[in-house]
Design a protein around this ligand. Structure first.
Ligand code: SF4
Length: 186
């Protein structure tokens, strides 16, 4: 049995130990880029999302504009994709209201593609912005895989540490946790 490790190996072992304790989903990836406090709250099941107006708008967009598309696909504990297309290989499609959080949308999709690739399933992704009539393709290359793995490690560290303090930013105005974070000052 090996009894010594290089620093890199030790870091990898610690990262894997942290990651193995939590189940990381696409939402974690999105919140990682939005706000680490939001990521922490969500990960500890402190959730107010269902009451927020953005969620209702998202549901409306999904039901109304894409009701003829194939059904949502869900892999419990990993992903829930709005709809898929299969006419030219597997294409995962996510519907989003605006491009304000586009980097987070793309990172979330890269996580889905990486999750499937690890299980031998090739796919590509598309983020659909119906209100802007835009479709943004997402593919997974080697850099993308490395980015997904490194963010996965960062997420695990944030979630297993203390709750980050609230820091006022642009996203707070559209965040379901605003009252929780800032109370009367919201
Ligand atoms: S209100 Fe702001 S600080 Fe609080 S969780 Fe939301 S984005 Fe983060």
């Amino acid at each position: 049995m090996k009894t010594w490790f290089t620093m890199d190996e030790m870091t990898n072992e610690q990262d894997e130990a942290v990651q193995s304790d939590i189940s990381i989903t696409g939402i974690h990836f999105q919140y990682y880029l939005v706000c680490h406090r939001k990521l922490w709250l969500y990960s500890h099941n402190i959730r107010f999302e269902s009451e927020h107006e953005n969620v209702h708008i998202g549901r409306f967009l999904h039901k109304d504009r894409y009701k003829r598309e194939k059904k949502e696909i869900t892999i419990p504990g990993a992903m829930a994709v709005d709809f898929i297309r299969t006419s030219d290989g597997l294409e995962l499609c996510e519907i989003k209201k605006s491009k304000r959080l586009e980097p987070a949308h793309k990172l979330q999709m890269m996580f889905y593609l990486s999750y499937l690739k690890e299980r031998g399933v090739s796919a590509r992704g598309t983020i659909v912005y119906p209100l802007m009539n835009r479709r943004e393709p997402v593919t997974l290359d080697e850099d993308g895989i490395m980015r997904v793995n490194s963010v996965k490690t960062e997420i695990a560290k944030i979630v297993t540490n203390e709750l980050p303090p609230p820091v006022r930013m642009k996203s707070c105005r559209k965040c379901a946790y605003e009252d929780f974070c800032f109370g009367d000052a919201a």
